[in-house]
Ligand binder design. Sequence first.
Ligand SMILES: [Ca+2]
Ligand SMILES: [Ca+2]
Length: 85
Amino acid sequence: MTNLCMALFMALALGSQGEPEAPSLDAMICPYDFNDDGIVNNQDLLIFLTKYGLVGDFDQDFDGNGSVGITDYIEFMRYKGSACQ
Ligand SMILES: [Ca+2]
Ligand SMILES: [Ca+2]
């Protein structure tokens, strides 16, 4: 009986932990929508590629290391095809 109560408590605790994550994920998608048309697609990729390899303070420098490179590209591709709210 005690084990069952513990299992139920853990399931509830884990379940409620996941809920608040959803809105912040949506918020994270938006920075990749460079032309603000509501979706991250090839048009945004083309805009990204115009900055690729450049050093400076760009919106496309997602990891903030001062240049637009492969880590920023991988980050962008994770969200390519996602809708932005
Ligand atoms: Ca877009
Ligand atoms: Ca970077």
